[in-house]
Structures are given as C-alpha cells and as structure tokens.
Design a protein around this ligand. Structure first.
Ligand SMILES: *[C@@H]1O[C@H](CO)[C@@H](O)[C@H](O)[C@H]1NC(C)=O
Length: 241
C-alpha cells in the first residue's frame, strides 16, 4: 500500500540534504528565472522551423550538426543565471566537443561525422532555465542535469531529441505538470525526474512506455518481465513500501 506520508517525509529529508549542500535560490530568484524563461519561450515552448541557419556565422564548424549544437549550447549558457563552479566557463567558440560536460561521438547514422552525443551537467549547481533551443541538441542520447538549480518548465522542444536514451532531471526546481513531452521521446529508456516541484498525477501512458526503469527513491523494483518501475515521489502517488 502507498504510504504518502512516508514518501513525503523521505522527500523532505532528501531535499533538505540536497539544498543544504548547494546554494539555495530565494523565491525571488526562482521567480526571476521563471520570468526570464517565459519571456524567451514561444507560447507552447516548441521550436519553430530551423532557427539556426538564419544566423550567418563567421566561425567555422567541422560540420553543420556541430554548428546546430553550438547554437543550442550558447542559448543554454545564456539561460544560466548562476554558475558558482564556473562549470560552463569554457563554453565558448566552435570547439563544442571541448566544453565541460559535453561529449562528442561519431553520429549513429553517419560514423564519419562527429556530433554532440551527450551533455552531463550533474552536480554543477547551476541555476537557470532550459531554453527552447535545447531542442537543437538533436544528436544527444544522454542528457544529465541532476543536482542543479534549474527552474521553470521543460520546453516542448525537447521532443526534437529523437535519439535521447537517458534523461536525468532530478534534484532541480522544475515546475508544472508531468512533462508529457518525455512521452514523445521514441528511444527513451531511462527517466529520472525525482526531487522537483512537479505537480499533479502521472499520465498512465508513462507506464505503457517501453522504459527500462522508473525509480523509487528507495529501491527500484520489478514491475513485470524485466521492466522496473521508477517512482516519482514528488507526485505524491508513490507506491514504495
Ligand atoms: C569562477 O570565476 C570567478 C570569476 O573569474 C572567480 O572569481 C571564482 O573564484 C571562480 N570560482 C571557482 C569555483 O572557480
């Protein structure tokens, strides 16, 4: 049987441990970051057309996919409000593969072309929001931003990341209903959205998705076959025993 109180308490303790080890944002700062996101986000948070290539760069890129990633990463850097560890300090210039936390690899569909295959910002303690241009990172299969201070909503443009395999948004300040955009990610196998300020219930479609695992804040446990269930205690319908 679900015990929402136990789950809530565990969540509270986890949040407390988390925030005591990082620079907590004040409510005013959160509101400021959310306002910034609202000002830049198109109405539905979706990416219209190909906004990249209207820009005429003097910078030379190894290929157009790295250029697109550059535009996405620069927009993301602009959406950062505080970066106390200077994690993104070297996010400058065309060599995106040298940026902290950015991993390049041969493209799955074209092994001769190098692309940005992953972004790992785990534990960077960055405050900011996700810009709509995150949808330009179309070659990433791994997107980790666990234990930061990202606020606001998950933009719909995330659905452009059609080969995304792992998405870890846990330990941030994301808000809004369950980010249904993740249901549109055809290859997603690993999803962690724990410890955010999401509200409402989990959509039943989530459990029909072919995810390998859904986490409980205690133990992942078997659902059926080899699939595991991750739990989302922030939704209050936690089923951990
Ligand atoms: C980050 O950069 C700023 C400005 O250069 C510097 O004052 C600060 O000490 C740096 N912080 C870390 C953790 O390196």
């Amino acid at each position: 049987m679900a015990n929402p109180m136990a789950c809530g308490c565990f969540l509270f303790i986890s949040l407390f441990l988390y925030f005591s080890s990082s620079l907590a944002l004040t409510d005013g700062e959160v509101a400021y970051i959310v306002r910034r996101q609202l000002l830049t986000l198109p109405e539905d948070g979706d990416l219209k057309g190909d906004m990249t290539f209207e820009l005429d760069f003097h910078i030379k890129f190894e290929n157009s996919r790295l250029k697109r990633a550059y535009v996405g990463l620069q927009a993301w850097k602009k959406a950062i409000y505080s970066d106390p560890q200077n994690f993104t300090a070297n996010w400058d210039g065309p060599d995106v593969c040298a940026y902290n936390g950015v991993f390049c690899a041969p493209a799955l569909d074209d092994p001769k072309t190098t692309v940005v295959a992953g972004v790992d910002l785990n534990h960077a303690d960055i405050a900011g929001h996700l810009p709509v241009e995150i949808g330009l990172l179309t070659d990433v299969s791994l997107l980790h931003m666990n234990s930061n201070r990202f606020c606001g909503i998950i933009p719909k443009s995330l659905s452009k990341l059609t080969i995304l395999y792992e998405l870890d948004l846990s330990n941030n300040r994301f808000v809004g209903p369950f980010p249904k955009v993740v249901l549109d990610l055809p290859t997603l196998k690993y999803l962690d959205i724990r410890y955010n300020d999401f509200e409402g219930s989990l959509p039943p479609e989530l459990f029909h998705k072919d995810l390998d695992a859904i986490f409980c804040e205690r133990q992942p446990f078997s659902l059926h076959h080899s699939r595991k269930l991750w739990q989302f205690p922030s939704f209050g319908n936690c089923d951990c025993q």
